[in-house]
Design a binder for this molecule. Structure first.
Ligand code: CP
Ligand code: NVA
Length: 299
């Protein structure tokens, strides 16, 4: 059976820890200029129905560093954008390449593609999940603090695709997740019900961050929600990641943002550029973590 990476649930805890360790190894190789082109001739197709900087650059550069190459396919410029069925596209594209990465709206579209693909499919972000970003976030945590099992993480803001991937990560890697969101912006109820032993909602951000070792936020209006920007900004203003909230967390707490960020909205400008921030490493680790992921799927 073809192996896919559509959510973090596609990894076992041991596989995930091995992958994070390999990601750090690949980072060291890359930094030392030691070649690791172990997959010559392999081709990754990258299908984008939404904008991207990090995901595109990290997958494309990563595949080249592994010895292969990557194709950028914007949905708008392929027959997918003109209504060719996802199932037909999957059958054809997967007959010509070794891996497929998809960034799109409905999570079910990625599932449908995967069900008809002969090669592994990677979720590069859907409306519901962003598992590749979690690999980079967890790599960043592990590099600074070791294993995350038993730690307490606070998600601040919208109960969005990133938040829902943190819920999966809490289960996979055994940490506690406090979700600080306004009423009406909670993550999906079924995910909350499934993860009730590790995840809880606290609507007061000042209470939520207490005892937390990691604070994480993301934009208040995700791609596709731009028209709700103003109403969301009003609801989420008290959840801004800033020096005041950080001071209420554990004294050595780290904080992350998957980027792109809006300085002065979900994160204060001074925290974005503070010397203790791990946000820029988090972004770089997309490259290393996804190379480890592609190695796993290509093996
Ligand atoms: N964090 C992230 O996925 O960034 P891009 O939208 O730039 O790919
Ligand atoms: N939640 C954001 C993440 C961007 C990487 C979005 O979906 O737009």
């Amino acid at each position: 059976m073809t192996r896919h990476f559509l959510t973090l649930n596609d990894l076992t805890p041991n596989e995930c820890r091995d992958l994070l360790a390999r990601a750090s190894e690949l980072k060291a190789l890359q930094r030392s200029g030691i070649a690791h082109a172990n997959f010559p001739g392999k081709v990754l197709a990258m299908i984008f129905a939404k904008a991207s900087t990090r995901t595109r650059v990290s997958f494309e550069a990563g595949m080249v560093q592994l010895g292969g190459s990557a194709l950028f396919l914007s949905s708008a410029d392929t027959q997918l954008g003109r209504g060719e069925p996802i199932e037909d596209s999957a059958r054809v594209i997967s007959s010509m390449v070794d891996l497929v990465m998809i960034r799109t709206f409905a999570h079910s579209d990625v599932e449908r593609f995967a069900a008809h693909s002969q090669v592994p499919v990677i979720n590069g972000l859907t409306d519901d999940f962003h598992p590749c970003q979690l690999l980079a976030d967890m790599q960043t945590w592990f590099e600074h603090r070791g294993d995350i099992a038993g730690r307490r993480v606070c998600w601040l803001g919208d109960g969005n695709n990133m938040c829902q991937s943190y819920m999966n990560a809490a289960k996979l890697l055994d940490f506690e997740l406090i979700i600080a969101c306004p009423e009406g912006y909670e993550p999906a109820g079924d995910l909350l019900a499934q993860n009730g032993d590790r995840v809880r909602i606290v609507h007061d951000p000042k209470d939520a961050v207490q005892g937390c070792h990691l604070l994480v936020t993301d934009v208040w209006a995700s791609m596709g929600q731009e028209q709700e920007q103003n109403i969301r900004a009003r609801a989420m203003a008290p959840f801004q990641l800033n020096a005041d909230l950080l001071a209420r967390a554990e004294s050595d707490a780290l904080y992350m943002h998957c980027l792109p960020a809006h300085r002065g909205e979900e994160i204060s400008a001074e925290l974005m550029d503070a010397s203790g921030s791990v946000i820029w490493e988090e972004a770089e680790n997309r490259l290393h973590a996804q190379k480890a992921l592609m190695e796993l799927l290509l093996k």
